[in-house]
Design a protein around this ligand. Structure first.
Ligand code: WT7
Length: 658
């Protein structure tokens, strides 16, 4: 089994010393009954009513799970609900109008507070505006906004009128935006003039304009003025000013549209094993139940908490755990626009201190950076308000885990290492913080009701301690329902490999490798498909390679993940040029430009190595696995099947020189 995260092949599982949940935490935890695992097993799938019960339904569901047409599962059918009503309206009815819903911390120290009442007003006015612009139920609205309050407002306004949103991460390029809008046939866009990045005003509108030029369909566009005078805010054809619309519809309300549980709530594009991004479809009832339940059971969110997930809403983590989960539970969710080191490296701890944050959820890449910067930064602040810490996005090894536990949590907060994916919708593997022992380095067991199996190529479960493919053997409410691009791709991507339809077994293939221990705890080893996870961001090697081979003079390219200290994984590109293209500097520059144009700066390779040839099998297939081993300075297997084995030694020598 290939080991992409430097865990050391098949050596024993590297977990640190076990830790019990701190008693002070257990005393107050939302879930403390250790019988919950057995209870969920015994009552599966009805156990999931416990999740659905956290929501308000306009019409109660009749069936918990319909599995006749597997793997196209349907949850809570017959039920109707509205996600915006669940996240906002019902908290007003409960007399919590003045409770803070969103606490926004801007890049330059500016702050905004939205009470549930403020959020209600904003969402209603914008929903009324969207209707006026022609958005109808089931129209896909693309949202291309940075971390400003208008982003969750736009999402919830869409949810209110039953229009699925497709949020595209603001750092992605014009091409990437156009590809996603084209694939979703989206005729509506919400974007902004620009935003600040490390002090500079950055033009978002010009990217949106370029994307629109590439699209066949007309696109009605709403533009949020984020920068004021820093960038001229000129509206063109079919463009509308967000603040102007809010004024025009001031005080208007829109009845939340009751949606069937299985109606689409949103689309989220993510990288797959081909160059085309996948449109992951999430539905209203199952998704919202699952994110609310895991916010309650795993993140221990309570309405009176100040809760902070320091992710970007442009990815699934922010959808589930900045917007939908915490708001469904009526808590205060913190939203941060900036970076952890601006103006200084204690920025996050300053925000925790000033807001008395109770729960903090971030990614290992950030934790490794904190560790590198040293404990002086958290030590400058009072972090005693913290009760629970979370990690998500990539494996966290024991050293940063322990550092987080000691220096941020002061040894008093459980750390939940939550494994999940865009496709799982919400957390599927984690310890329950009020019940389970923690093992640094291992995420934990499958949550109650989540049947996690680690299997070999033929689908047989592996022995404890051995590595294999991470699969899930039963459906769950937050799961992807299909891909917008088609049911066939959905089956091919997730189900064909490990399912046995003749036996009625449908096992979901996650694309990750993992090890399971004797207690059922899972250590995730990383991706085993053509996806690389760079600082918790998912990128497709094919997509990057096609951007590279689009450069004049490039003959062939291969891209692999390389483990690195701080980033976890970074990108190593191998490129061969056509005869006559000797100016490697110029080609290198063009490669970087092309990748930024096709995907965005997040896909920039850390290193580009020029080589006369790439190692290939006799049938002409590039041996990426081998190139990955070379990049990671790992022992190479048998190279005799190669057509050009000598090239491997040359590449290896060059890499070692660097
Ligand atoms: C991939 C999914 C889920 C939100 C963030 C990313 C990796 C995620 C963990 C974890 C080890 C993890 C996996 C997974 N991953 N959480 N706790 N330990 N690896 O969502 O972009 O869909 O990426 O992130 O490789 O497959 P995503």
């Amino acid at each position: 089994m290939v080991d992409r995260n430097g865990w050391g092949g098949d050596r024993p599982v590297l977990t640190g010393s076990r830790r019990s949940p701190p008693p002070s935490f257990v005393e107050q935890a939302n879930v403390t009954d250790s019988g919950i695992y057995d209870e969920f097993d015994a009552n599966w799938p009805d156990c999931w009513e416990r999740a659905a019960d956290l929501l308000s339904w306009n019409r109660p569901y009749e069936t918990v799970l319909e599995d006749e047409n597997a793997p196209f599962y349907r949850w809570f059918t017959g039920g109707q609900l509205n996600a915006a009503e669940n996240c906002v309206d019902r908290h007003l009815e409960a007399g919590r109008k003045t409770h803070t819903a969103i606490r926004w911390e801007g890049k330059h120290g500016d702050r905004k507070t939205y009470t549930y009442r403020d959020l209600y007003v904003a969402i209603n006015e914008f929903a009324a505006a969207l209707r006026e612009l022609g958005v109808e139920e089931d129209d896909v609205v693309t949202i291309y906004l940075p971390m400003i309050p208008e982003l969750p407002i736009a999402m919830l306004a869409c949810a209110r009128i039953g229009a699925p949103h497709s949020v595209v991460f603001a750092g992605l390029s014009a091409d990437a935006l156009a590809t996603r809008m084209d694939a979703a046939d989206s005729e509506f866009l919400v974007t902004c003039d620009g935003y600040y990045r490390r002090g500079d005003a950055f033009n978002q509108k010009s990217k949106a304009d370029n994307a629109r030029l590439k699209l066949a369909q007309d696109v009605r566009t709403v533009v949020v003025d984020r920068l004021g005078e820093d960038l001229p805010h000129v509206l063109g054809d079919e463009e509308f000013d967000y603040h102007g619309l809010r004024e025009e519809f001031a005080g208007e309300t829109v009845e939340p549209v009751p949606r069937d549980a299985e109606d689409m709530l949103f689309l989220m594009y993510t990288s797959g094993t081909t160059g085309e991004p996948k449109g992951v479809v999430h539905t209203t009832g199952g998704y919202l139940s699952h994110v609310a339940w895991t916010s309650h059971a795993v993140l221990d969110v309570k309405p009176e908490d100040t809760y902070w997930c320091a992710a970007d809403i442009g990815w699934i983590t922010g959808h589930s755990y900045i917007v939908y989960g915490p708001l469904a539970l009526g808590t205060t969710t913190v939203m941060y626009e900036g970076t952890p080191d601006y103006p200084d490296r204690d920025r996050l701890w300053e925000i925790v201190d000033r807001n008395a944050v109770d729960i903090f959820y971030t990614a290992p890449t950030a934790i490794r950076a904190f560790m590198k910067w040293g404990e002086d930064y958290p030590d400058r602040h009072d972090l005693s308000s913290l009760r629970l810490l979370g990690s998500v996005g990539e494996p966290i090894s024991p050293r940063p885990w322990n550092w987080y536990y000691e220096h941020v949590g002061n040894g008093e907060c459980p750390v939940v290492d939550t494994w999940w994916q865009t496709e799982t919708g919400a957390v599927t593997i984690s310890t329950l913080p009020g019940i389970d022992e923690m093992k640094p380095g291992a995420a934990g067991p499958g949550l109650p009701g989540i049947d996690v199996r680690v299997v070999d190529e033929s689908g047989e479960p592996v022995e404890p301690g051995e590595s294999g493919y991470l699969t899930i053997a039963r459906p769950w409410p937050g799961m992807v329902r299909t891909l917008y691009d088609g049911d066939d791709r959905f089956r091919a991507e997730y189900w064909d490999q490990f399912s046995a339809p003749d036996r009625g077994e449908w096992w979901y293939g996650s694309g990750d490798a993992a090890r399971i221990d004797e207690d059922g705890y899972i250590t995730v080893l990383g991706r085993v498909d053509d996806v690389i996870n760079v600082s918790g961001r998912r990128l497709s090697t094919m997509e990057i390679e096609s951007a590279i081979t689009g450069v004049e003079g490039v003959a062939e390219a291969a891209v692999v993940g390389r483990s690195s200290g701080t980033n976890g994984t970074d990108i190593q590109a191998y490129v061969s040029t056509e005869g006559g293209y000797d100016d490697q500097g110029a080609v290198h520059e063009a490669i970087v430009d092309n990748i930024e144009a096709a995907i965005g700066p997040i896909a920039r390779p850390t290193d580009v190595l020029f080589t006369p040839e790439l190692p290939k099998t006799r049938s002409g297939k590039i041996m990426r696995r081998l190139l990955e081993d070379v990049a990671n300075d790992e022992e190479l297997g048998d190279t005799s099947a190669l057509r050009n084995p000598e090239i491997v030694g040359e590449i290896q020598a060059e890499i070692r020189e660097e």
